[in-house]
Each structure stands twice: as C-alpha cells, then as structure tokens.
Design a protein around this ligand. Sequence first.
Ligand code: 48N
Length: 319
Amino acid sequence: MSLTAVETSTPASESTLRLVGKAEDAVEDYTGSGYRFAPIEEAQVSRAMIRRYFNTMYERVVSDVVIVGAGSAGLSCAYSLASRRPDLKITIIEANVAPGGGAWLGGQLMTAMVIRKPADNFLRELGVPYEDEGNFVVVKHAALFTSTLLSRVLALPNVVLMNATAVEDLITCTDFEGQQRVAGVVTNWTLVALNHDTQSCMDPATITAPVIVTATGHDGPMGAFSAKRLVSMGFTKELGNMRGLDMNRSEPAIVNGTREVIPGLVMAGMELAEHDGANRMGPTFGGMIGSGIKAAHEVLRILDASQIKGGKVVGKVQQ
Ligand code: 48N
C-alpha cells in the first residue's frame, strides 16, 4: 500500500495535513515485515510540540508557585504541594535536560539509596518498594525512587516542568508593606544562560508568582543559585557555606530550617546548607524529602496568609 500525503488548500495545520492512509492502517506485527505505522507528516510532529510547549509557556508566565530545581527536594515539594492543592498552577524550572538532580545514584556512584525514618512514609505514599533496615530503609536503586517521584509529579495535571531552562535571576519588588520581596524568576534556555560570555544581548523571559521555592542544591554549575544571588543583591550579608558531613546533625537542621528566607522565597534542600552554613549529610536522602515537604507547608502558609491579585501579593489576609 503506498501512503502519500495530500496537503489541502486551507492553511496547513496539524489536522489539515490530510494523509492517504489512516490510524487503522497501523499494524503491530513482529512476525516478519508486517509492522506498519499510521502515516505522518514531519510538519505534524513539529506543530504538535510547538503548539503545546508555547501555549504552556504563554499560560505559565503567571504561576501560583514556581519551584527552581527538580532534584529530590524540589520534586518532593512539587508532589506534596500539587497532590494536595490541584487548584494551584505549579511550574518547575530545571536547568538540566535530565531532571532529578543528584538523586540518580546513592553515594560514590553506588546505586542503592538510603533514606532514614520517618522519611520512609513518603516512599509508601509514592509506592516505592524498599528494604527495611531498622532505623533506615534502602531503595534498591536511587533511580527507582527518583523516576517514580518524577513520574508521579509529571502525571499531576497542575504541574508543568520546564527542563533545559535556567533561572538566571530573581524578580524582586517592593511590596505593599514597603519591604523587598521575591515576586518571580528570570528564565532563559540553559544553553543560553551558560553562554552569555560568548554572545551579547540574549535577554531572558520572566515568570511571576506570589511564592518561589528555590531548591538548587549545593553543587553543579548553578548550585545554590538563589543563595548566592541573595548575597550579590545585598539581601543577605554572606553565604553561610556548607559545613562538614554530619548525618545526625544535618538532616534535621535542613528539614527544620526549611523556611521563607526572605519574603516570597522559600529555600529547601542542600541549597539551604550553603545559605545557613549547615552540615552536609552525604548519601542519605531523607532530609531532602522532609525539606521538600516542609517547603510545601511553608508555601501553603504564605498563600493562605496573603491577598493575591494577578500573581502578586497585594496584602495580608486579616486573621
Ligand atoms: O539534587 P540537587 O542538587 O539538590 P537537592 O537539594 O534537591 O538534593 C541534594 C541532594 O541530591 C544531595 O546533594 C545529597 C543529599 N548529598 C548531600 C551531600 O552532603 O553531598 O538538585 C538541584 C537541581 C539540579 O537538578 C540543578 O540542575 C537545578 O536544581 N538547578 C537549577 N535549575 C534551574 N535554574 C537554576 N539556576 C538552577 N540551579 C540548579
């Protein structure tokens, strides 16, 4: 059967590229040479991507919550928030092509992931199997945790993930009380953000939101991005600088310390270790889960206490 495309006279769009041959012509046959796909035009593929991506980008320039960083803390925050508040438009900005941050492996490139109790509660909520070792549990491969968390987050209809996209600055404003607050993020394609010294005038775009969660980690080309930006903007005097490894001290400090570090900006995960000068915990991830969930609680506290108009905080809710 010869399948050819016949373009109609009306302006081409996804549906007007009429093809000779239909979906019913598709045959899944592995016995020999019988496997056949339904026909497609190259233009249909491009239009399917362009329309969806740029409609989403257009719609999310005003979000309810922006989460910077899709590592274990940022994704735990996204899941906890979006699953409890399906009304919120949550936009995750991730600089890497591959989201997941440092949670694809355990420690020293070994694959098992250690999570200390009580963070194992989250594994049961997600349906991630693990081995119980008493005070902690072990997920057989870190990628099993991260891929399950990522798939649960992406399946939530109110979450949009923009990966390969970098936050290259924070939007700040003077709010209704006359104080400086973070009111959104400045974005660019990551490859552009990393090449400003090779080309000039590659200006960014913006996403405004009443609350930003920053969970950009402590390492990598943009690690602790917001913590460093707060210093360079003069919001904080200096970086606390992450301290040495102390699991028992670090994990509760990071979870309990997760907070709104300046109005409109909630900091979570290992970025907070750099901001506060907290210890690091090394290859145990319960602190990231707890910090992400705590950040979600902080976001809800802020939203519940604020009058919001057009994606901006314009007043306080009278208690
Ligand atoms: O996984 P990370 O780096 O950060 P967290 O805080 O989610 O988890 C940290 C955890 O993996 C550890 O470091 C463990 C527990 N080890 C501790 C230790 O003691 O060694 O994820 C941060 C994500 C990454 O995917 C980055 O690509 C992304 O944030 N990111 C950004 N995305 C957008 N714009 C930016 N400016 C930006 N900066 C970082």
